[in-house]
Design a protein around this ligand. Structure first.
Ligand SMILES: *[C@@H]1O[C@H](CO)[C@@H](O)[C@H](O)[C@H]1NC(C)=O
Ligand SMILES: *[C@@H]1O[C@H](CO)[C@@H](O)[C@H](O)[C@H]1NC(C)=O
Ligand SMILES: *[C@@H]1O[C@H](CO)[C@@H](O)[C@H](O)[C@H]1NC(C)=O
Ligand SMILES: *[C@@H]1O[C@H](CO)[C@@H](O)[C@H](O)[C@H]1NC(C)=O
Ligand SMILES: *[C@@H]1O[C@H](CO)[C@@H](O)[C@H](O)[C@H]1NC(C)=O
Length: 434
């Protein structure tokens, strides 16, 4: 817990010295000082609560409810508050301490345009589709199930340009309201190639979007018949974020980029993988530079880090414009929890997507990917033990954890842990961590 205490201090100092100074050029997101302040505060609070629950769940500590105003473990304001903490505690105790998404692809590259929000949103869409179908990203691409950030950004209502930028909730609303602009990459890529234009040089997006929509791979995609069906939700606590990453591959978050990012990830990191590079750590003299959006694809609750996937390409690509650094070989970076507003409760969202009914992958809406090869074997208990026929025997396999079982069968973790039948069949002490 020593590292944790240090980190808390870092988060507190960050608030007091105010990482809220002098927002500069926005990388696609507004950086009003009050917004940055609120984000940093909310993240630090969420981190403290998370740490309290983690402490309670792992070492059975009493929490630090009496401390300050933010720890709420001592005085629950109501029963619902208590239930949420209880669910968080069970979930954390019953899940692995670190996790990395299984559906990470090659890093996207937004180049010069302020399209980070569209890149993060489409990245999350692809990861979620791959998670739903239990396939990797290479196979997803072979099936043509990609989502073009360019189509989403420039073609969805709003008339944006390379220099405009976008807000996360606005972008996500389009996943539900204008799903026809979730197109495979090939349509817009072909349209641009036919005109001999690069993204930054396009002046008339209306025509370009029409051209993309008339490509063979996209003519069937309509608002009433989109390629994917998506929903999104705001995630308000660290444990919900971790749960969403396990279920759907990633979450979308805002990050307040500091002016020492290229110092901590200097050009020598261009050839180093994100998990092999030291995490971004607190620097008292660093200041906020601009807002950015990316996806969180993993976490480590022992070392208190988030693993992020950025959209600045690979540092190993010859044409990567970021010569001063800031990039890694695989586009991933780790950031210490509680810093830079990562996973801030008001600006972190999860998407859940799957191929829409009526498309090749899901023609009759019966989700053919949910076939027996992915099902976990459940056998009904013998009738004498099974009044009502609702009890099943599940044999725990290697790599199973309470949280992964609960996620797989889509159960409520509180009911699962508290139900006496489950206690009889599962011995919780058998599976704390993996
Ligand atoms: C925490 O970091 C250490 C050192 O990098 C590593 O050995 C350990 O596996 C990490 N913990 C988890 C849960 O990944
Ligand atoms: C990058 O940072 C490391 C560690 O701080 C340092 O040793 C190295 O000299 C730096 N490299 C460059 C090119 O600035
Ligand atoms: C901290 O941030 C300042 C301001 O950007 C920078 O000059 C300095 O090198 C940073 N220090 C470390 C250790 O990253
Ligand atoms: C189950 O679905 C996967 C794809 O999700 C497919 O590769 C596999 O062939 C299917 N198996 C059966 C028995 O249909
Ligand atoms: C559950 O299944 C396993 C493996 O098939 C078996 O060994 C065990 O006895 C079963 N448990 C119950 C309660 O039926």
């Amino acid at each position: 817990m020593f590292a944790g205490a240090l980190l808390l201090l870092a988060a507190a100092v960050l608030l007091n010295t105010g990482l809220l100074l002098q927002p500069a050029s926005a990388q696609g997101l507004g950086v009003a000082p009050d917004l940055l302040g609120a984000g940093a505060q909310a993240t630090a609070t969420a981190f403290e609560e998370f740490q309290d629950v983690l402490n309670l769940a792992t070492v059975g500590g009493r929490g630090r409810g009496g401390r300050g105003t933010s720890g709420n473990l001592g005085g629950f304001s109501d029963a619902r508050d208590f239930e949420q903490t209880q669910a968080a505690m069970y979930y954390i105790a019953g899940s692995s301490q670190s996790y990395l998404s299984k559906v990470i692809g090659k890093p996207r590259n937004q180049r010069k345009c302020l399209t980070c929000v569209a890149h993060a949103a489409t990245e999350a869409v692809e990861m979620s589709v791959a998670s739903a179908m239990h396939i990797n990203r290479a196979l997803l691409e072979r099936k043509g199930l990609t989502a073009s950030p360019i189509s989403l950004y420039y073609c969805a209502p709003g008339g944006r340009s390379c220099n405009t930028g976008w807000d996360i909730p606005q972008a996500l609303r389009n996943l539900e309201d204008a799903p026809q602009w979730l197109q495979p990459n090939s349509c817009m890529d072909t349209a641009l190639a036919q005109e001999g234009l690069r993204e930054a040089a396009v002046l008339n997006w209306r025509d370009m979007c029409r051209k993309a929509a008339s490509q063979p791979a996209c003519t069937a995609i309509k608002r009433e018949q989109p390629l994917y069906t998506c929903s999104y939700k705001s995630l308000s606590s660290f444990y919900q974020i971790e749960q969403h990453i396990r279920r759907h591959g990633s979450v979308i978050t805002r990050i307040t980029m500091p002016n020492d990012w290229e110092v901590q990830f200097n050009s020598s990191m261009r050839t180093v993988k994100g998990l092999d590079a030291p995490p971004y750590r607190y620097n008292a003299t660093a200041k906020a530079a601009y807002g950015h959006a990316l996806t969180i694809v993993g976490f480590d609750n022992q070392n208190f880090t988030w693993t992020l996937l950025n959209s600045w390409g690979s540092g190993e690509a010859e044409d990567n414009l970021r010569v001063k650094g800031g990039v890694t070989a695989d586009g991933m970076v780790q950031v210490r929890m509680g810093l830079l507003g990562v996973a801030q409760p008001e600006e972190t969202y999860g998407v859940a997507c799957e191929p829409a009914t009526g498309t090749k992958e899901n023609l009759h809406g019966d989700r053919p990917w949910l076939n027996d090869s992915h099902r976990r074997l459940l056998t009904p208990l013998p009738p004498q033990d099974n009044q009502g026929g609702t009890c099943f025997n599940y044999t725990v396999g290697p790599g199973d954890a309470v949280a992964s079982i609960v996620d797989h069968f889509d159960m409520d973790i509180r009911a699962f842990v508290q139900h006496s039948t489950n206690r009889r069949l599962f011995r919780l002490e058998d599976f704390t961590y993996k």
